[in-house]
Ligand binder design. Structure first.
Ligand code: FES
Ligand code: FES
Length: 162
């Protein structure tokens, strides 16, 4: 039987009436029409479906929607401020890490969550986070370069505000 589930997504309060065993990715894409979150493997392997749920990057293909009740969710659509991209988006684009782009939203979300919670993450920690993502196009090096550039920009901006 359908249940009403309320949460905040990209800063907007939303309420959906869905079957409680639905996966979060299907609610995000098919009910809320936020198709930036990509549906790749559907078995928690590829990382394309990542969203930020209460500050943590999670795979929305294996997160049941009831876990989002009352939560704060951010999808890739919620990162830019108007026309201004999030620094992680800019760095990933400028480092040549976007080819077909299918893996990009998940990677960007992963890095944003990591740099929000741990702006001074080590290179190894960034690499470990990126290891959760499959990319068939880039050979991974430009993604790692983009992650390091993004981290520098995030750190510089934090220092300017301090
Ligand atoms: S679609 Fe979720 S990890 Fe691949
Ligand atoms: S850019 Fe094509 S899968 Fe990563």
């Amino acid at each position: 039987m359908a249940e009403k589930i309320a949460f905040t997504i990209n800063g907007q309060p939303r309420s959906v009436e869905v079957e409680p065993d639905m996966m979060l990715i299907d609610v995000i894409r098919d009910v809320l029409d936020l198709t930036g979150t990509k549906h790749g493997c559907d078995n928690a392997t590829c990382g394309t479906c990542m969203v930020i749920l209460n500050g943590r990057a999670v795979k929305s293909c294996n997160t049941v929607v009831t876990k989002a009740a009352g939560a704060e969710i951010t999808t890739v659509e919620g990162l830019a401020k108007g026309m201004e991209l999030h620094p992680v988006q800019t760095a990933i684009a400028e480092s040549g890490a976007v080819q077909c782009g299918f893996c990009t939203p998940g990677i960007v979300i992963e890095l944003v969550a990591m740099l929000n919670s741990k702006p001074n993450a080590s290179e190894q920690e960034l690499t470990n986070a990126l290891n959760k993502h499959l990319c068939r196009c880039t050979g991974y090096e430009p993604i790692r370069d983009g992650a390091l550039i993004a981290q520098k920009v995030v750190q510089e901006r934090a220092a300017e505000k301090a």
